[in-house]
Design a protein around this ligand. Structure first.
Ligand SMILES: *Cc1c(COP(=O)(O)O)cnc(C)c1O
Length: 452
């Protein structure tokens, strides 16, 4: 029996065990998502804004395949945790939520990224999806679709309070209101919301950034007053992402839009660890080792000779690479490796006969694989081909040597968001606790082969 770096997974049914072994046969890595963690994280975020009967609703942001966790399972877990809104950037994903059976009786859905000239506005309106408008072309196109269908389009007016991405600037807002006001009076557009996005809410300890968020909030207020003056009065306003949901109760308004918190991470390491906020990372990324072998001291590992073994040692192949979304920038260089700096690569938890060990990507991450220097003799360590190792998980603590997506983000010089969002779907997604976390009718909407 080989060693295993992971907790024993708790399978809900015998079928779960079969699904697990089938997934391992299909691909030598798996992303395992705990739906109970997603649900509890959402419940916690709902409690933070005043609970399910409070005056602030919560949108589960499930853009980009729910940050790589799987759109439909994550959306259902968010709803089970008390979200009453779902949000996606791309309109195709908003449609997919409705087409999968998440109807307007369950939640509102907002979408905010599309090409105004070609977007499927007719479909969005007929599926009762709320649409963000932030350009005059967008307003015209949405209004034209609403007229064609004879149904008012539900829109949220996006205002640029200083993020510099989508939305009307204060300067351009007069023209927007001139377009919006008559369409609202006529009943072509139903102006549901006013909204904006924050640039630096994830740095509550940096006074300069807090001041910049305060300026965004002041600008948001000026937009509200300009709308009221023009007779365009949205029912709700929303501005808070995860960071502001957790740290700025003054701007919860009627709706907040957490994304990363749902998946169990805080937006920035500087804000603290997930557990400080009552959050638990939902995804574990694991892989089964390929070739394990012994090499001499000075053996060069992978492309570019950026890593040379410092002594006689064993190496192991982890069979995922940058084509799976393992960042090449998380490659590991050692001081011996040519002219490169000493920089440990992304961390991997490997079980040995002496207990778990935290090892690091050694040399360059390749397209489908990377190498680990085991810093010891595999035979003596009890490390063998086929052993399951963990790249990141729910974070049982450093003493247990369990890395998180934040550790990979640090190694790759990015943010945890990019670590999950880049994981390709050739890595099977498997779901824990579906029957505990979801109503039976929702659990039945998931692909049964993905349930553990
Ligand atoms: C991604 C996104 C969010 C969620 O942000 P998090 O930092 O993940 O909480 C909220 N609003 C908009 C417009 C977004 O694009």
């Amino acid at each position: 029996m080989s060693l295993n770096a992971l907790p024993q997974w708790h399978f809900s049914t015998p079928a779960g065990m079969t699904n697990y072994t089938d997934a391992m046969r299909r691909y030598p890595a798996q992303a395992i998502v705990d739906l109970a963690a997603l649900k509890n994280n959402m419940r916690h975020l709902v409690d933070v804004v005043g609970g399910p009967n409070g005056s602030t609703a919560v949108m589960g942001v499930v853009k980009a395949d729910a940050y790589g966790h799987g759109l439909i399972p994550a959306a259902l877990a968010a709803l089970a945790g008390g979200a009453t809104w779902l949000g996606t950037a791309q309109s195709a994903e908003a449609l997919r939520l409705r087409e999968s059976g998440i109807g307007p009786d369950r939640c509102r859905i907002l979408t905010w990224v599309y090409n105004g000239l070609r977007a499927p506005f007719d479909d969005l309106i007929s599926h009762d999806i709320d649409i963000s408008v932030g350009s005059l072309d967008g307003i015209a196109a949405v209004a034209a679709a609403a007229r064609r269908l004879g149904v008012p389009a539900r829109v949220h007016v996006k205002v640029d309070t200083g993020f510099g991405r989508n939305g009307f600037t204060e300067e351009g807002f007069g023209a927007a209101l001139e377009a919006l006001a008559p369409l609202a009076r006529e009943g072509v557009l139903h102006i549901v919301g006013q909204w904006s996005h924050l640039a630096v809410a994830d740095a509550p300890d940096v006074p300069e950034f807090v001041a910049s968020t305060d300026r965004q909030i002041a600008s948001f207020g000026r937009f509200t007053r300009a709308m009221a003056k023009a007779g365009v009065e949205p029912e709700i306003r929303h501005l808070a992402n995860t960071a502001a949901t957790l740290s700025r109760p003054d701007i919860h308004y009627e709706l907040t839009r957490p994304g990363i918190g749902l998946y169990g991470y805080e937006p920035d390491r500087a804000m603290g660890t997930p557990s400080q906020y009552g959050l638990r990372p939902a995804m574990t990324l694991q892989a089964q080792l390929g070739t394990v072998k012994d090499v001499e001291a000075g053996h060069s590992i992978s492309y570019g000779r950026t890593y040379l073994t410092s002594e006689r040692t064993s190496t192991a192949i982890v069979p995922v690479g940058y084509a799976d979304g393992i960042h090449r920038s998380a490659s590991g260089f050692d001081e011996q490796g040519a002219k490169h700096m000493d920089r440990p690569g992304g961390p991997v938890r490997v079980m040995t006969v002496q207990g778990p060990r935290l090892l690091h990507v050694s040399g360059r991450v390749c397209m489908d694989q990377f190498v680990l220097d085991l810093h010891g003799d595999a035979g003596r360590l009890g490390v063998r081909e086929g052993d399951t190792v963990e790249l990141f998980g729910p974070g049982r603590g450093v003493e247990d040597g369990e890395p998180t997506a934040d550790d990979w983000a640090q190694a790759a010089d990015t943010i945890s968001y990019e670590i999950f969002a880049c994981l390709r779907n050739r890595i099977p997604r498997l779901y824990l606790n579906a029957s505990q976390a979801l109503p039976a009718s929702d659990a039945a909407m998931l692909d049964p082969r993905t349930l553990l």
